[in-house]
Design a protein around this ligand. Structure first.
Ligand SMILES: Nc1nc2c(ncn2[C@@H]2O[C@H](COP(=O)(O)OP(=O)(O)OP(=O)(O)O)[C@@H](O)[C@H]2O)c(=O)[nH]1
Ligand SMILES: [Zn+2]
Length: 193
């Protein structure tokens, strides 16, 4: 059986940050910066906490009202993520909507909570939207789900192409929201609120 490499400890992670500081020509031992590796590792754990979260925990409590058939959306959901290419912050807002199946309704706060689960991982913006939409569509389940994300990628704004105002919009649709009148209605709500 192949030997498994032991998982790195927080101390290993702090040591890696000291290496990055030295790589930049900064002495990690100087008093003003001595606590920075600990802070960075704490922030890193916060930004990647989504790997330990199960999105289904937010789908457990369902309210059933079979008289409800209309589209439900929550707009202006703020999130922060990390791009998987540069490990730099991506932040912005998401509009999340779904078309209930047989009156199966989620508590409204669960939509931002689902965004949080997937955002707190290394991401591509396109995948972030798709994972949220597919989870609601398949696991609630709903007749359809949609996610529009508008985000700023630090890897495009503070380095590289240095496009300080560039905003990326992605649209992820699943099920009944992919086509026809439901698609048009969701996209109109995502555009106009
Ligand atoms: N599709 C997609 N691309 C992303 C996302 N976040 C960052 N990127 C892009 O990932 C690409 C990585 O390109 P590379 O050429 O491998 O990396 P690079 O040399 O750092 O590229 P530049 O950013 O152009 O300097 C860049 O074009 C980024 O803009 C994302 O969420 N989705
Ligand atoms: Zn990037």
């Amino acid at each position: 059986m192949a030997e498994q490499t032991p998982a790195p400890t927080a101390n290993d992670a702090r040591q890696a940050v000291r290496t990055l500081l030295q790589f930049a020509g900064v002495d990690p031992a100087q008093p003003v910066i001595a606590d920075t590796p600990r802070r960075f590792v704490k922030a890193w754990q916060e930004m990647t906490a989504g790997y330990a979260m199960d999105p289904r925990q937010h789908l457990e409590r369902v309210f059933v009202d079979e008289s409800v058939h209309g589209l439900v959306t929550v707009e202006a959901i703020q999130f922060a993520s990390l791009c998987e290419h540069h490990l730099l912050p991506v932040y912005g807002t998401a509009t999340v909507g779904y078309l209930p199946a047989e009156g199966r309704l989620l508590g409204l706060s669960k939509l931002p909570r689902l965004v949080e689960v997937f955002a707190r991982r290394l991401q591509l913006q396109e995948r972030l939207g798709r994972q949220i939409a597919e989870t609601i569509h398949q696991d609630l389940p709903a007749l359809g789900a949609g996610v529009v994300i508008r985000a700023t990628h630090s890897c495009m704004t503070v380095r590289g192409v240095n496009q300080h105002q560039a905003i990326t919009t992605t649209v992820s649709l699943a099920g009944a929201l992919e086509y026809g009148a439901h698609r048009a209605e969701f996209l109109a709500v995502a555009r106009d609120g």
